[in-house]
Every structure is written in structure tokens, then in C-alpha cells.
Design a protein around this ligand. Structure first.
Ligand code: SF4
Length: 442
């Protein structure tokens, strides 16, 4: 297929790049903070995410595009779209000229490693001198070529640490894909590629949260990212149950944290806990992020470009700032549409989907950086809290503490905590014995 992106549109004026290209990261961040203070970016994005294909080798139950649970499935034509290599190269060249980019994420609304030219595309991105991350389920990888591409980090959607749960999360897959994943994880670790595990927690995976830490340790993960599944359009059917939420808050997350401390595994369990609590405090259980307590900063640091050439404000596909047919990223970034969204979010006026913000971790980091560099008053001005009297703690969080929020009468009660079958979690840890058997056969 082809996509309607004239290459001539990638050749527009590029402001102030040369001085920016040689800035160290600390200076880039100072420029971002200045932009946040001014309400307008002083430099271009530091992280850019490019989707290279909509095709996927999996059908994750939580997926916004490929889940069999979706009320309205994506069309076959949509799923067949992929970014031609010259378009990818045109974007890379434009971003190089912007000077501000330091990190490229290659992904897809499908699986990037099924793109027939992916390894050449990765090599050309590496030639730009950026840190390169690939988001992948890793099952389709040609590991020799992936290692040779020079990729710095793999963000691997692991999704389950036993053959049974991995298959439950990926309908149509069996233990064959699970052990291929194990094989590839081991290979990436031995090749010295930083490998970060992503575990999207839905009702099939909730009991395995502590076991996911052990799995991460076993396969040399440099971090285990826990994300509460962001669900809509039919995929809510696989949401964690209220009992699981209570068990995770009361037992699962503390057990995982203790195990992570014991094994020296870095995790995002603190953020995950905030996500679990957001579902208690938000308007609906689908809420996964207390975004109003944090703020949105992505308009100063990040953008995502889809296979169709849509340029997005963040990973939320509903928040579009234009298309490559309108102009290159270097032009759109400083345009009115992008700025209008920055102004809107700066006023705390969030959009549908922001209650499930996929850039929550990054927003938390920028929120803390801004507060530390500029103080609480300027943080409030940049997050729409200027006129609101709030009972904030030093981290910007509001409201009840963990004990109060999980107490009886606040959505989940003691009964719910104790009726959850904790044997499920114990079984999940024991089931890693299956990996022992696989390793013995290797
Ligand atoms: S989902 Fe909303 S809050 Fe999150 S990065 Fe996008 S615009 Fe910002």
C-alpha cells in the first residue's frame, strides 16, 4: 500500500537547529522548563515515536486496535497499512534537522518487527545518532538482525509469565510463542541490549504481579513496567475485578515490591499503585491515571507519528495536531494547532482519554522536574491549578492516603480483599517451574 504523504512536505523551514543539536541533555531539559514557564516550546521534541505498521502478529485482549473484544474491529485495509521506507527516512531527516531529538521510539499500532524493511529502518535511525528503542512483543524477531541493528533498548510487551496466561492475553497463541519469547529475551539480555519488560495488567494477569518481578529478574530486565490496562470500546470486558484491585493494593503490590527489593529489580510499582487508586477515585473504574494531579507536559517534549502520517500530541490517537501532508513535524511543532492544545492542557482542560493517559510516567517525571526547578506556584500555573485551593502534599497528590482509600466503604471492602483467591498468585510463582523445564531442554 502507499500513504498520501508528499515527500516535498518534509522539506519545510527548520528553526534554530544547529545550536540545539550540540546541547547536552541537561541544557535541553532547561529549555523545556523555560518553555513550560513561558507556555510555548523553546525547542523541538526530545523523544519521537514513529509507528511503522498497523499489522500485528498478535491480538492482545487489551489492544485498542487488534483486540478480539473490540465492539467495532479495525478493517483489513487499515491493518494492512505500513509506512514506506522513504517516508520513514524523510521523517528521520526532518527530525535530525530539528536538532532537539535524542531518542527515537519505533513501534506500531501493530508489531514493528513484522515490517519487511524494519531492520534497515532501525539501522538508518541509529545512523542519526539517537538512542533507539523498539516497542515489540519480540515473538517475530530475527534476533541476529535485531542485535546487528544497534538498537539500544527493547520495550517488550511480555504480558504474562506463564504459558497459560500469556496465551490468555494473546488469543490464538500457545506455549510455542511463550517459549519463543523466553528464548528471545534471553538472547537480547546476552547481547547486552537493555530490555525493559512491560506487563499490562488485566484480569488474566493480575494474579501474576509478584511473579512478574521474578520473571524480570530471571531474564535480566533492566526494569519491569507495570501498567494498568487502559480499556475502552469493548475491551473493558477484560478489566481487573474490584476484588483483584483490592487484592493488588492490599497484598499483590506489597509482595511484588518486597520481592523486587530482595532481587534488586527496578519496577514501576509505585506508579502502578497510583493507577490502581485512580480507579477508586476517578469517575469510572476505567480511570487509570490521576492526570489532573500531575499535569500534561507532552506538548514540550514528545510527539508520535502514525503509519498514515498523522502527527499526534501524544500516544492518544484522538489528539491529533496535523498530518505530514500539512507539513513536516518541524513546522507543525511551532504551529497554531499544537499551541492551542498546549494552551488547553495548561489550563487543566483535559481531553477524552486523558483519564487513561498513556504518557503518565513521563508526565510524572516532567511534573516533578518543573516543580523542583520552578516551585509550586509556577507548577500550578502550568497545570491549571492556579486558582484552585487544593490540599496538596509535596508530590502534588491530593486526597486520601492508601489506607483510607482501600478501607471499607470506599469502593472496596475487607470482604472483597479476603474473597480473592490468593492461591492464584502463588500458583503463578510456582508455574515458573515451566520455564525451568524449558531451560533444561535448551
Ligand atoms: S493523554 Fe492527555 S494527559 Fe496524557 S499526554 Fe495525551 S493529552 Fe496529555
Amino acid at each position: 500500500m502507499t500513504i498520501d504523504v508528499p515527500l516535498s512536505s518534509l522539506l519545510a523551514p527548520r528553526p534554530r537547529q544547529n545550536a540545539i543539536a550540540s546541547m547536552p541533555m541537561s541544557a535541553l531539559r532547561r529549555n523545556v522548563i523555560e518553555g513550560l514557564r513561558a507556555g510555548r516550546p523553546q525547542i523541538g521534541p526530545q523523544t519521537v515515536h514513529i509507528d511503522v505498521t498497523n499489522a500485528c502478529n498478535a491480538a492482545c485482549t487489551t489492544c485498542w486496535d487488534h483486540s478480539p473484544l473490540l465492539n467495532v474491529p479495525r478493517s483489513g485495509a487499515w491493518k494492512g497499512q505500513r509506512m514506506p521506507r522513504p517516508v520513514f527516512q524523510g521523517i528521520v531527516d526532518d527530525l535530525v534537522a530539528m536538532g532537539s531529538v535524542r531518542h527515537l521510539i519505533v513501534s506500531g499500532m501493530g508489531e514493528p518487527l513484522v515490517h519487511p524493511e524494519i531492520y534497515a529502518m532501525l539501522a538508518s535511525a541509529k545512523a542519526a545518532g539517537w538512542e533507539l528503542t523498539v516497542m515489540t512483543n519480540l515473538v517475530a524477531a530475527d534476533m541476529d538482525r535485531l542485535v546487528d541493528s544497534g538498537v539500544d533498548r527493547l520495550l517488550v510487551g511480555v504480558q504474562g509469565v506463564t504459558p497459560a496466561t500469556h496465551a490468555a492475553f494473546h488469543p490464538g497463541w500457545s506455549e510455542r510463542e511463550f517459549f519463543r519469547l523466553c528464548n528471545h529475551l534471553r538472547r537480547a539480555s546476552r547481547a547486552g541490549i537493555a530490555t525493559r519488560h512491560v506487563q499490562v495488567i488485566n484480569r488474566d494477569l493480575a494474579p501474576e504481579v509478584p511473579a512478574m518481578v521474578r520473571f524480570g529478574h530471571r531474564f535480566g530486565a533492566d526494569r519491569v513496567n507495570f501498567k494498568l490496562a487502559s480499556l475502552s470500546a469493548g475491551t473493558e470486558a477484560c478489566m481487573i475485578t474490584p476484588q483483584q484491585r483490592a487484592w493488588l493494593l492490599d497484598e499483590g503490590v506489597p509482595a511484588a515490591r518486597a520481592l523486587a527489593d530482595e532481587l534488586g529489580v527496578t519496577t514501576t510499582l509505585d506508579l502502578f499503585e497510583r493507577q490502581l487508586l485512580a480507579g477508586l477515585d476517578g469517575d469510572t473504574p476505567e480511570t487509570t491515571t490521576p492526570i489532573a494531579d500531575v499535569g500534561c507536559f507532552m506538548g514540550y517534549a514528545y510527539t508520535r507519528i502514525t503509519v498514515q502520517g498523522e502527527v499526534l500530541y501524544c500516544c492518544n490517537t484522538n489528539v491529533q495536531v496535523g498530518t505530514l501532508a500539512d507539513g513536516p513535524v518541524s513546522q507543525l511543532w511551532y504551529g497554531e494547532r499544537w499551541q492551542a492544545l498546549r494552551d488547553r492542557l495548561r489550563a487543566g482542560n483535559y481531553l477524552p482519554g486523558c483519564e487513561r493517559c498513556g504518557k503518565f510516567e513521563q508526565n510524572v517525571k516532567w511534573s516533578a522536574r518543573l516543580r523542583e526547578a520552578e516551585g509550586a506556584a509556577r507548577w500550578r500555573a502550568a497545570t491549571g491549578h492556579a486558582d484552585v485551593g487544593r490540599d496538596e502534599n509535596e508530590h502534588g497528590a491530593t486526597g486520601l492516603d492508601l489506607a483510607e482509600r482501600t478501607a471499607p466503604g470506599h469502593g472496596v471492602g475487607d470482604d472483597a480483599v479476603h474473597t480473592f483467591n490468593t492461591n492464584d498468585a502463588i500458583d503463578a510463582i510456582d508455574a515458573i517451574d515451566a520455564i525451568d523445564a524449558w531451560e533444561a531442554d535448551e
